[in-house]
Design a protein around this ligand. Structure first.
Ligand code: G3I
Length: 378
């Protein structure tokens, strides 16, 4: 607490963060991570190493990270596409800089990710790779080498990994195939090997399966596929500790409370099934697509905040959840803007801070949800 206040004070002048009018909780003053710590929760965000992005090299963004975060995740820099420019090569430069900045500011880092089970997001060279006469052996060696190299390099400095990201096809619930998993003898064998290797090399670390099955309608097949996958891990004795619930949530109009209530029952069934198998839960990539809300910023921001608050209250009611990570703090850099325009072309407002680094009602809603969360068991 004392540390948090000092950190904030040291930023005075560098940052003017007007808190939205209904952010009245006092814990809010010390930042979101500090608000969460009282209940045994951590708050963090994605960041990037590009100076003009959501980066620690951008002083205005770095200031937000320092106020609100105890936990960081590289938005892209630990992915195969960035770490592995060519078969025999690793390029750790960008991710190392993130690790160094986190250490300097005494923040934890989650590793994202050791395997992204999607052709589109693995390096082109790997998709075209000639796995030779013994493809399973060769593919296994590539995967084990990658995970071993990364986990050994960072050792205990990374205590939680998204070992596998997005292995389930949302529309069908089936498992995704990549060139690597095809050569290795199937997706289950590939994912199992990824987790077993991560556990062997980083026995201290929390190992997470991370995906975007969400609570909105239209995700039933995705959720069922994730449950099957998690059941399979347990049956086969694969060391998986948690489910990363990405939480790219989506509003569907002004009645945000009504829609949240109607989503809650099925969503709790899903979370009950996951936690019933002994998995922890993490919110790994929180942001809000402001669909169906009017362009008016005041109305829209309020709708986003109310919807997120209801979602967070459900999630935080599970004592198995200890980490809340936002997928970026500032609307200016959110991945959603370029990828998905609103029908009315209004700029998206998915993050806790607006494009000019000013706190929005969403930040206040997160602060309130963290402060109101039941304490986690020691
Ligand atoms: O590398 C180039 C860079 O050199 C260039 O300056 C820049 C200009 O646009 O593009 C850069 O690459 C882009 C990169 O983001 C950095 O901005 C890629 O084209 C783009 O595909 C990449 O998108 C990322 C995406 O994952 C794919 O890796 C998003 O930033 C990132 O937010 C998104 O994150 C994912 C999570 O990892 C998994 N869950 C879903 C989430 C959102 O899609």
């Amino acid at each position: 607490m004392i540390h948090e206040i000092t950190r904030r004070e040291s930023l005075a002048g560098a940052l003017a963060v007007p808190i939205a009018p209904y952010a009245t909780v006092s814990s809010d003053e010390a930042g979101l991570d500090a608000a969460g710590r009282r209940s045994g929760l951590r708050f963090g965000s994605a960041l990037s190493a590009w100076a003009h992005g959501a980066s620690m090299d951008n002083p205005a963004y770095a200031a937000l990270l320092q106020v609100d975060c105890g936990l960081l995740v590289a938005e892209n820099e630990m992915k195969w596409q960035h770490l592995r420019p060519a078969p025999g090569q690793f390029d750790f430069a960008a991710f190392d800089r993130i690790m160094a900045w986190a250490a300097q500011h005494r923040m934890a880092v989650r590793g994202h990710n050791l395997l992204w089970q999607r052709r589109k997001w693995m390096p082109t060279w790997l998709e075209r790779y000639d796995f030779g006469a013994r493809p399973a052996k060769s593919a296994g060696e590539i995967l084990v080498n990658h995970i071993t190299t990364v986990t050994r390099r960072y050792g205990k400095r990374i205590a939680s990994y998204d070992v596998v990201n997005e292995a389930v096809t949302p529309e069908t619930g089936a498992l995704e195939e990549t060139a690597l998993s095809h050569a290795l003898g199937g997706t289950e064998a590939t994912l199992d090997l990824a987790f077993r290797t991560a556990h062997e090399q980083a026995p201290h670390a929390e190992l997470v399966y991370n995906d975007y099955m969400s609570w909105e309608p239209g995700n039933a097949a995705h959720r069922a596929g994730v449950l099957r996958l998690l059941e399979g891990f347990r049956r086969r004795g694969v060391p998986v500790h948690g489910l990363g619930v990405q939480s790219h949530i989506v509003t569907a109009g002004l009645d945000t409370g009504g829609s949240a209530r109607s989503y809650e029952r099925d969503w709790r069934h899903f979370l009950d099934a996951v936690t019933g198998m002994g998995y922890r839960l993490l919110i790994t990539e929180l942001d809000v697509r402001d669909n169906g809300l009017p362009a008016d910023i005041v109305v829209r921001d309020r709708g986003v905040a109310e919807y997120a608050r209801r979602y967070l209250d459900v999630m935080l009611s599970y004592p198995q959840l200890r980490d809340v990570v936002a997928w970026g703090l500032c609307d200016r850099f959110s991945w959603i803007g370029p990828v998905e325009r609103r029908a009315d072309k209004a700029a998206r407002r998915p993050c806790p801070y607006d494009a000019d680094y000013r706190a929005k009602p969403l930040r206040a809603a997160i602060a309130q949800a963290l402060a109101a969360a039941p304490p986690r068991p020691a």
